[in-house]
Design a protein around this ligand. Structure first.
Ligand code: F0G
Length: 488
């Protein structure tokens, strides 16, 4: 059969208007937001690529499933459908719903965290790291060596470094090993089945449980099918089962490959562990058959999990990311390759090579994307993942200075992506004029969500009027309140 070109495998039934803004408006809006894109109102954003989490479009089957949501406190059939979907697709018998991924992490670390424990992962996502650290444990990242080069075409740059993992396990105090598929902090890059088997082997040797951070498991399985030797002819659903058969449990944010707007779960094989988790769940999340979710949310996730493993969907999803990555690469824009599963990552260290890491090039670039074309993206660099020297207390840089343009599922069309390519290209052409930023105020944890920023020097043609003093005094809540009052 001749192969058809890949298109969006859906029609659009309901649309949401996008409000266009002018450059002058965006300069003022960004200033009012303390130069932090997390403080922008979504109505002031033209293309919102801040996250792929909970921002996707649901299918008509998911909307239909909402109507049969049963809101009973206990024993809801919606939970039974949710549980069955997780059991069928991932193969874990014990299924514990949570309101989102970080609640599952919090529960897991309430048992496995605490000092002096050490939790290794290929790369912790920021909430996973925060939950491990808040419990008193140390979160260690062991990404594979190939992930260090943003231009290398190694197909599984999400892999874990097995030599580093072994060294950590030999030091002791490790209660469990985690692996994140795909590796979000490392660029949405996949983990191979071969690497997962290697991790399992080490877990067996040291008698430790393995938990998968499963947020983007469908995308990971698709890359295994496409990139790993001997997997090309296999069904994605079988590859998914192979991945999870190697693990003892998983944490999941259903806001990603659950294709839902909210939801998550923790799943495992050990009944005693699950019972203990359920006892803790009741205290903070809710009864074990709803875990902080409405019955209709459980229905949306149950249906979403079945949709995410459809191969026509996954082929389109991968093609839509690849389209942007390759177009930018052809224009000479430094972009992380090979294309990942859920986002386009710009390499801001190479994009703005005149800025040292202390001037947060990733954050500076994210601001310019908004000023140029109303695109909201997110820094994944030193602002988000930077550390502290334990002796001097001085800030230390993240491994990479990336800007993530996360693509919501089934939400934007190819012409939206053409717009994104043009805007990035325009910013790239004037890159030499772009200034760095400094942090003015910052919360103690997860600072990217709450910090305000000022410009280091003034020179950018678009951001010229953003000076540190005016932003430093800003009360972003007041500004937002005033804007809301105006709307009413
Ligand atoms: N693990 C990974 C790999 C994630 O990407 C996220 C969320 C979480 C855990 C936490 O899940 O948001 O449901 O509590 N990532 C979002 C993002 C926020 O934008 O990448 P959550």
């Amino acid at each position: 059969m001749p192969k058809l070109p890949i298109i969006e495998p859906f029609r659009i039934k309901s649309v949401e208007p996008i409000r266009m803004t002018t450059t002058e408006e965006r300069v003022g809006l960004l200033q009012a937001a303390g130069n932090n894109t997390f403080f922008l109102r979504s109505e002031d954003v033209i293309i919102d690529l801040l996250t792929d989490s909970g921002t996707g479009a649901m299918s008509s089957a998911q909307w239909a499933a909402l109507m049969r949501g049963d809101e009973s406190y206990a024993g809801s059939p919606s939970f039974e459908r949710f549980e069955a979907a997780v059991q069928d697709i991932l193969g874990f018998e014990e299924v514990i719903p949570t309101h989102q991924g970080r609640a599952a992490e919090h529960l897991l670390f309430s048992i496995f965290g605490g000092a002096p424990n050490v939790i290794p992962n290929n790369s912790h996502f920021d909430t996973t790291r925060a939950n491990a650290e808040v419990s008193g444990a140390i979160a260690l990242d062991h990404p594979c060596l190939e992930s260090g080069d943003t231009a290398s075409m190694f197909p599984f740059k999400g892999n874990m470094d097995l030599i580093a993992l072994r060294a950590t396990l030999e030091c002791g105090n490790v209660p469990l090993v985690m692996v994140t598929v795909t590796n979000n902090a490392g660029g949405g890059q996949p983990v191979s089945l071969e690497n997962l088997r290697g991790i399992r082997g080490l877990c067996d040797e040291f008698k430790l449980p393995l938990f998968i951070d499963a947020c983007r498991f469908g995308e990971n399985a698709w890359f295994i099918k496409k990139r790993e030797e001997g997997q090309g002819e296999r069904d994605v659903t079988d590859i998914v089962r192979d991945m999870f058969d190697l693990a003892d449990g998983c944490t999941m944010s259903a806001k990603k490959d659950g294709m839902a707007n909210i939801g998550g779960f923790l799943a495992c094989r050990d009944k005693d562990l699950a019972d203990e988790l359920r006892r803790r769940l009741v205290v903070t999340e809710g009864f074990p058959t709803y875990g902080g979710l409405a019955g209709r949310d459980l229905e949306a996730v149950a249906q979403g999990l079945r949709e995410v493993v459809r191969e026509d969907y996954l082929a389109y999803r991968a093609a839509s990311i690849r389209y942007v990555v390759e177009a930018l690469h052809e224009r000479g824009v430094p972009v992380l390759r090979p294309p990942g599963g859920h986002a386009v990552f710009l390499d801001a260290a190479r994009f703005l090579e005149h800025l040292p890491w202390q001037n947060y090039p990733g954050h500076a670039l994210a601001l310019e994307l908004y000023l140029e074309g109303g695109i909201r993206a997110c820094e994944i660099g030193t602002v988000m993942l930077g550390g502290k020297d334990p002796e001097t207390g001085e800030e230390t840089p993240a491994k990479h200075e990336l800007v993530r343009l996360a693509i919501p599922r089934r939400t934007y069309t190819q012409s939206h992506m053409d717009y994104v390519i043009e805007i990035i290209d325009a910013v790239h052409k004037r890159r030499a004029t772009i200034d760095g930023v400094s942090i003015l105020k910052s919360p103690p944890v997860l600072r990217h969500f709450g910090a305000t920023f000022g410009r280091i020097t003034v020179g950018s043609p678009l951001g010229a009027d953003l000076d540190a003093d005016s932003v430093g005094e800003l009360d972003t809540r007041r500004v937002r309140r005033e804007t809301l009052d105006k709307d009413v």
